[in-house]
Write a protein that binds this ligand. Sequence first.
Ligand code: GDD
Length: 379
Amino acid sequence: NTRKHSIMSFHEAAPLARISVTVPISIVVPTYRECENIPHIFNRVRALRDSQNIEIELIFMDDKSNDGSVEAVAAIGEDWVRIVERNGERGLSPAVIDGFQLAQHPVLICMDCDLSHPPEAIPQMVLALASGQEFVLGSRYVKGGSTDDDWGFFRWLNSRIATLLAAPLTSARDPMSGFFALRKESFDHARDLSPVGYKIALELIVKCDVDNVAEVPIHFQDRMHGESKLTLKEQLNYLKHIRRLYIHRFANAMYFLQFMIVGASGVVVNLLTLSLLLWLGASDSVGLVGGIAVSVVSNFLLNRRFTFSYARDRNPWKQFVGFVSASGLGMAVNYSVALYLSKYALPDGQGSIYLAALAGIGSGMIFNFLGNRFVVFRK
Ligand code: GDD
C-alpha cells in the first residue's frame, strides 16, 4: 500500500488561536432521533463560527425522526442552519452522501449530532486540508486522541476488529470515525458510491481514491442524550460493506479468492454427496459421478451468486454451459501441463510426478478462473 498517511497533532500543527479559517465550510450532521442534542451542537458550532469568524452552513440530514427535530431547528431561526427531511430508505451513510450533494461550500465536514465529536477540532482539520491533505479524520487512535473511560470492552474490541479489517484499504488508524473533512471537489470525483451501513469515511477514502489521509487527534465523548443506533444489523452490514470495498480496490484478486473459496466448498459438497449416495446403496461409480455432478452445479450457483454477482442478470443456462466447458478445458490444461513437466522438464525421480501434478492443478485452476472471469462471466 503506497498511499501516504500523516498524523497531524492538534497542538503541534498550530495553536488554535492562531488558525484562521478563511474558506467557507459545510457541516453535515446525520440525525435520527436527536432532537435533544440539536440545540447543544448548534451552540457549539455557533461559538466556533463567532469566535473564528468562519462562514459555515450547518445541515441536519434527518430520517423522519418525528421527534421534534424539525421544530428544534426551526426554533434556532438562523438562515445558515437547516434541516432536510429525507424520504426513502433510512441510513447514516446515504444521509451523509445526500447532505454532501446539497452542500454549497468547498469544504465538507461530517460529524455526529450527539457531541461525541468536538466541533472545536474543525479548524485543525481545515488547516490539514489547506496544507495539501486530501482527507482528514478526527481520530481517537493517534497520539493525543482518546475515548471516554466508560467505553465498554466490547465496543472497544468491535471498533478495533473493524479497523483491522479496513487495514488493507487504508493505513489510517481510525477510519471508523464518523468525524471527517474533505474538499467538495474530491467528493464530486467519487466513483460508484454504494454506502451500506455506518462507515461513510472509509467508503469515501476508497471511492474518492484518496492518496493521503491526515488524522487530527480528538477526544471522543460518550453521548449525553439519546442512544446509539449502532445495532447488530449495522455491524453485519459492515462486513458486506468491507467486501464491496475490497472488490472495488482489489477486483481481480478478490474474484480469484472467492473463486478458490467456492472451489474448496465444492470439494466438501463432492465428498458429502458421494457419502450420501454410497449410504443409499449406490455403486462406487454412481457415487463418484453424483459427487462430481452435484459439486459442479453448486460451484456454478455459488460463483454466479457471489463471486461474479455482477453478471447475475444474464442467461444462466448459457453461463452454465460456459462454466462446464471452462472446467473441462481447465482439466485438459491440468493434464497437459502435468504430463509435459513429468516427461520433459522435471528430472526423473521420486516426487517429480507430484510436483508435476501440483503444477498441473495450479495451471488448470488459473485457466479455469480466467475463462470464467473474462469469458463466461465477463463484465
Ligand atoms: N439520518 C440518519 N439516518 N442519521 C443516523 C442514522 C440513520 O439511519 N443512524 C444514525 N444516525 C446519526 C445519529 O443520529 C448520530 O448523529 C450519528 O448518525 C451517529 O450515530 P450513533 O448511533 O450515535 O453512532 P455511535 O455513537 O454508535 O457510533 C459512533 O462511532 C462510530 C465509530 O465507533 C459514530 O461516530 C459513528 O459515526 C462512528 O462510525
